[in-house]
Design a protein around this ligand. Structure first.
Ligand code: TXA
Ligand code: MG
Length: 312
């Protein structure tokens, strides 16, 4: 189905219109502190199905449910004791928790892809919080990009992939963090990292490696190789670029465009997807990326970069 995608401003009127569209089963993209999400009423199976259709996403890939507060999170998920460790200071920025799904929550089984667990997240970004308050229900939202492409960090990125396929995008400017949320699940009550992301987890937490053979159900399919890909070929750890390459710099390596001249990992995370979108928009066919230190947020950046560089 094609339709005219509205750009709504992040005013109280725009947010009210976005909430009304969600209520009527339509799709609305909205900014969170991580990336733009493609939202639908999580209790409306048809609306959720429309997300899969708009993204062209394989149906075994479950969606994150966004809630307005902790009470709403606890109505949907049964939080293990160990989850408290992450929530003691309120819900942290850029964190999604995968917990057992409670019975009879009204959340469509399409959201969890039939699994017994649900991924929950309470975004901290003001516009997302206002939208969730206004809608007053759980919102299923994957990143607002066609399946396999880079996550959007601006309304323009959303439109470049989904214009004509969704009802509206709520324009809140560039997202602050620029990478997806960290996903943590629990095994026998103990936390395991399913996807690196914005929330920085201590190094001692176990990372779950997920098989990536095609068709295999992954714990967090964001872990499949070649999941976050620009159109061009990507070469990593490039201190210098070849003549036909567009060079993404970092720190002392200037490149054609720098992820962060100061060598700041936060700035690099916030710029990464925008830089890759810029490469796509300019028809770049070969991208070389300067080395990024593999510490702190650098782990999440390198995780995304190695997927962008994976053979397709
Ligand atoms: O920052 C983010 O997480 C953004 C914003 C919009 O919230 N969302 C996002 O969603 O990145 P998406 O769908 O692109 O990635 C969600 C990941 C997928 O890899 C999915 O498989 C995993 O979460 N996931 C969702 N539910 C799950 C579950 N029950 N068990 C394991 N993994 C799950
Ligand atoms: Mg995604």
């Amino acid at each position: 189905m094609t339709e005219r995608t509205k750009t709504l401003s992040a005013t109280s009127d725009g947010i009210a219109e976005a909430a009304a569209l969600l209520q009527s089963g339509r799709l609305v993209a909205f900014p969170t502190e991580t990336v733009y999400g493609l939202g639908a009423d999580a209790t409306n199976g048809k609306a959720v199905a429309a997300i899969y259709e708009a993204k062209g996403r394989p149906s075994f890939n479950p969606l994150i449910v966004h809630v307005k507060d902790l009470a709403a999170a606890h109505q949907i998920g049964a939080f293990p004791k160990a989850a408290q460790r992450f929530l003691s200071g309120g819900w942290p920025d850029g964190l999604s928790l995968v917990v057992p799904l409670r019975p009879d929550t009204g959340v469509s089984p399409l959201v969890t892809a039939g699994q017994a667990t649900v991924a929950l997240r309470m975004p901290s970004a003001q516009i997302a919080r206002q939208l969730l308050q206004a809608f007053d229900g759980p919102v299923a939202a994957p990143s607002a990009n066609p399946s396999g492409r880079i996550s959007p960090t601006s309304a323009r990125h959303v439109l470049s992939g989904l214009d004509g396929k969704i009802a509206a995008v709520l324009d809140g400017g560039a997202t602050t963090a620029g990478l997806e949320s960290t996903i943590i699940g629990f095994e026998s009550g103990d936390p395991v990292v399913l996807r690196e992301g914005v929330y920085q987890v201590p190094d001692d937490l176990p990372r779950k490696t997920v098989a990536d053979e095609a068709g295999q159900v992954a714990h967090a399919p964001g872990q499949l190789a070649s999941h976050y890909a620009p159109l061009g070929h990507v070469r990593l750890n490039a201190e210098t670029a070849l003549p036909d390459e567009w060079h993404l710099g970092f720190g002392d390596i200037a490149g054609d465009r720098s992820l962060s001249e100061k060598g700041d990992l936060y700035e690099a995370a916030a710029t990464l997807f925008a830089a890759l979108h810029e490469a796509d928009a300019n028809g770049v066919t070969r991208i070389a990326v300067a080395p990024i230190p593999n510490t702190g947020l650098g782990r999440a950046i390198n995780d995304r970069l190695s997927r962008a560089a994976a053979p397709r």
